[in-house]
Ligand binder design. Structure first.
Ligand SMILES: [Zn+2]
Length: 148
């Protein structure tokens, strides 16, 4: 299980090796994604809190990347974080996610991206529930729930 110290180490030094890579041109991404998905997943946008698909949804399944279909989060790790966005405590695998320091909006945050196709997912914070203390705060537009 990942801890905050692992996240910092990945963001600072090097991320885990992805299981595969998917790379597309911006035109290909625009053709594949809806405008809202493109703005968030490829231009690092943020959807409005609460008014998004998965904030209050707790049905079982696996959340996959909107860009490449890679498995990112299991519904068993989803919890109610009162943030307005779907929140998870752990990714499905250590190498599912890539981490990067993000100094935008006058904040110091750690961005989380799909490790396979670099779609922007959201951010991770060290204020999640015990025992590992991580809160992956994810945009609904960047993910899609499928049956496990
Ligand atoms: Zn992806």
């Amino acid at each position: 299980m990942l801890r905050w110290s692992d996240v910092i180490k990945y963001a600072k030094y090097s991320n885990p090796e992805p299981p595969r890579r998917v790379e597309k041109t911006e035109d290909e991404w625009r053709a594949q994604l809806t405008p809202a998905q493109y703005r968030i997943a490829r231009e690092k946008g943020t959807e409005p809190p609460y008014r998004n698909a998965y904030c209050r949804s707790y049905e079982p399944g696996v959340y996959v990347c909107i860009g490449c279909g890679s498995r990112l989060f299991d519904s068993a790790t989803k919890y109610h974080a009162i943030s307005g966005w779907p929140s998870f405590t752990q990714p499905v695998a250590k190498n599912a996610i890539r981490y990067a320091f993000d100094g935008s909006h006058h904040m110091q945050r750690i961005e989380v991206l799909c490790n396979v196709c670099d779609c922007h997912l959201g951010h991770v914070f060290p204020d999640g529930p015990e025992p590992h203390g991580l809160r992956y705060c994810i945009n609904s537009e960047s993910i899609r729930r499928v049956d496990a």
